[in-house]
Write a protein that binds this ligand. Structure first.
Ligand code: SAM
Ligand code: SF4
Length: 474
């Protein structure tokens, strides 16, 4: 059942536009939640059911300290029930910062003449990937501006380049992409290079605001952007990531719209997006955005908890844009993936210049400049289990197929043990002696817990890793 982009993306099965600003605003205006209503919505979410727009609006409008505390507590419980204590780690790698669009929030926009334009050649890609592998990374997200130089063929080639690099025991096992919309053919070409998730953020789901902040290039077209991931799904990329850039328009509206977008994918493709991203605007070279809708720390933490409750089975990604204290807090409320050791300067990993951010060589400023080792140590100290797992994607447990497994128990049977296995690889190959000791202590603690089902098989695999075998998973 496929539609043309115009048909399926703007309208869904009820014949209504799938992002209907008026509808979202009405839901928000009409929600005037009582304590009982909030508790009812929370109970539904804890039953691992996605919330409707009306229910999401109830949580978004709950603003007494008591209700917010209840929402955060529930998000924490849901996160533990669905995801356990694992946190998936990745790193971004910027391949090229040429861009023909003019997004007023982005340092790469075409009118920013201060930005130095760089596209990594194959040797430079290899150098960056080697540096990333040597710190322990297994999962990358490649980032590109929108430019004719970054054709689907070029992108596919750069993905293959990344997979080819092998440094010591290191390898990249999953390459995701964040880039502009492609044609159906284009998405197919990129898919064939073996990518995991394709991310495209709508930035803002509010059409008037969208028009105000996208002042040049193809990205000006709101609907084209909105339909892009439907085209990716048609092309067979069944892991897609959506997102909104928080700070452009009212944060409650954007949360509602993201839930609507999830619901659209479920209605049309029978599977939601794989991940949700919710970056907040950071400083950038020639940033040109009114601060009116910037999101406070307090609201940001709340929005993460509400997103967790609204879409229980969608991964939530948080990046190094956020400072360490916020990262730490929202990990407990629902974030399931973070980056570590991030450097977004062009060729930044091989230059090892994380202390000096140069905004004319990068898209925006990041706040968490810790090394991957430091991030991992903190996760272990906070009783999380860092994970580099890529098993589902490599066993084809993705998209609709994956949804079949996303039932209680699956994550504990596969993801938990796989997190431990990839963590053990990290401890053997990249950790300092101190972190190695702490890491193994944490593994022993986790294995003593009852929520790992196949302990014996896991122990056998762990012994093999200690003996030098790699890439073992369930
Ligand atoms: N050119 C691709 C595109 O526009 O889809 C890649 C996007 S960019 C590398 C990834 C995301 O970074 C954007 O979609 C946007 O949400 C976010 N971003 C851009 N400028 C930002 C800023 N100043 N602060 C925080 N995030 C920003
Ligand atoms: Fe280009 Fe993307 Fe930046 Fe917009 S957000 S200017 S499309 S790199």
């Amino acid at each position: 059942m496929f539609y043309t982009p115009e048909e399926y993306s703007i309208k869904d099965e009820q014949g209504k536009p799938f992002i209907d600003s008026q509808e979202i605003i009405e839901f928000l205006n009409n929600a005037n939640p009582t304590k009982e209503e909030v508790s009812e919505v929370i109970a539904k979410s804890l039953g691992k059911k996605r919330l409707s727009l009306q229910e999401t609006a109830i949580l978004l409008k709950a603003d007494s300290p008591e209700l917010i505390a209840e929402i955060k507590k529930a998000a924490q419980t849901l996160k533990n029930n669905v995801y356990g204590d694992r946190i998936v780690l990745f790193a971004p790698l910027y391949i090229g910062n040429k861009c023909t669009n003019n997004c007023e929030y982005c340092g790469f926009r075409v009118t920013n003449k201060d930005q130095q334009r760089i596209t990594l050649n194959s040797e430079q890609i290899q150098n960056e990937v080697k540096m990333l592998q040597d710190t322990g990374h297994k999962r990358l997200i490649l980032v590109y501006g929108e430019h004719s130089d970054y054709s689907p063929e070029y992108m596919a080639q750069s993905v293959r380049e990344v997979y080819k690099v092998k440094s010591g025991n290191g390898e990249i096992r999953r390459v995701n992409i964040n880039a502009a919309p492609l044609s159906l053919e284009g998405f197919k070409i990129v898919k064939d290079s073996g990518i995991g998730t394709y991310q495209i953020f709508q930035e803002t789901y509010h059409p008037e605001t969208y028009a105000k902040v996208h002042t040049g290039g193809k990205k000006k077209n709101f609907n084209n952007r909105l339909t892009a991931l439907d085209t990716a799904m048609q092309a067979g990329i069944d892991d897609v990531g959506i997102g909104a850039l928080f700070g452009l328009y009212d944060w409650r509206y954007e949360v509602m719209a993201m839930v609507r977008h999830v619901n659209h994918f479920e209605a049309v493709f029978n599977v939601g997006p794989h991940t949700l991203s919710f970056p907040r605007i950071q400083n950038a070279s020639q940033l040109n955005i009114d601060e009116k809708h910037f999101v406070s720390d307090e609201d940001f933490v709340k929005l993460v908890a509400i997103l967790r409750l609204a879409v229980p089975y969608t991964g939530l990604i948080l990046t190094a844009r956020e400072p360490v204290n916020i990262r730490k807090e929202v990990l407990t409320y629902g974030v399931s993936q973070i980056d570590g050791g991030t450097n977004i300067q062009m060729s930044g990993y091989s230059k090892q210049s994380s202390d000096n951010q140069d905004l004319n060589l990068e898209q925006f400023e990041i706040s968490d400049t810790r090394s991957l080792g430091e991030v991992i140590e903190e996760l272990i100290d906070s009783d999380f289990m860092p994970s580099f797992c890529t098993a589902c994607y490599r066993l084809n447990r993705t998209g609709e197929h994956f949804m079949e497994f996303s039932v209680p128990g699956f994550i504990k049977r596969f993801c938990g043990p796989n997190a431990i296995l990839t963590m053990a690889e990290y401890l053997e190959d990249y950790a300092t002696p101190e972190v190695k000791e702490k890491g193994y202590e944490s593994i022993v603690r986790k294995m003593a817990k009852n929520d790992i089902t196949n302990k014996e098989a896991l122990q056998k695999k762990l012994d093999k890793i200690k003996a030098g075998e790699r890439d073992l998973f369930f």
